[in-house]
Design a protein around this ligand. Sequence first.
Ligand SMILES: [Zn+2]
Ligand SMILES: [Zn+2]
Length: 209
Amino acid sequence: MPAAPKPRRLDARSPFVFDARELGRRPGAMREFDRDLPAADLLGGEKAATLDGLYSAEGADLRLTLRVESVVEGILATGRVSGSLVGECVRCLDPVEVDLDAEFQELFYYDLEDLTAEEAEEAQRVVEDLIDVGPLVHDAVMLELPLQPLCEEDCPGLCAQCGARLADDPDHGHETVDPRWAALSSLAQGGLPGGPESAESGQQRGNGG
Ligand SMILES: [Zn+2]
Ligand SMILES: [Zn+2]
């Protein structure tokens, strides 16, 4: 098997990077962490690009608890992200607070030598006694968040014509004009139905038949 590429160095200051040095590579050793999670880092910026910008980092309150256990092959990380995020109702665009409780578990390998090439490609690695749970947290959260947040299950949304919020005004409506009346009203404004074009097409029909 060709030598695996050297793993990318991890930034120990990242909120998603955890130090497993204390475990001393002794199988059975265990440590727990509890951290506030900066939603902007989680969402990859101010808005979650992966969710069409439906969730905002502003107003988010997230916590990450993580248990790291030393096992023979590496570090087993078991985590949970809980708290709330503020999304946007897909119908009326009002802010919606969405509770979140997402879990993940992953084994970080010391080395990938005993894995098949395919397994190695998917595997997470321990890099200089550090592990980066960022991608796991991100995936777990994205799986858990509703793709179509709604302020209410039956949110009536916005008026298609003027954008008014229908929940505030249940009787909201516009005078709809019957298409036949619309034709008449265009007549009244000076247009003739058909006009020269329709006369022409009538002539063509005559020639052809
Ligand atoms: Zn709504
Ligand atoms: Zn309207």
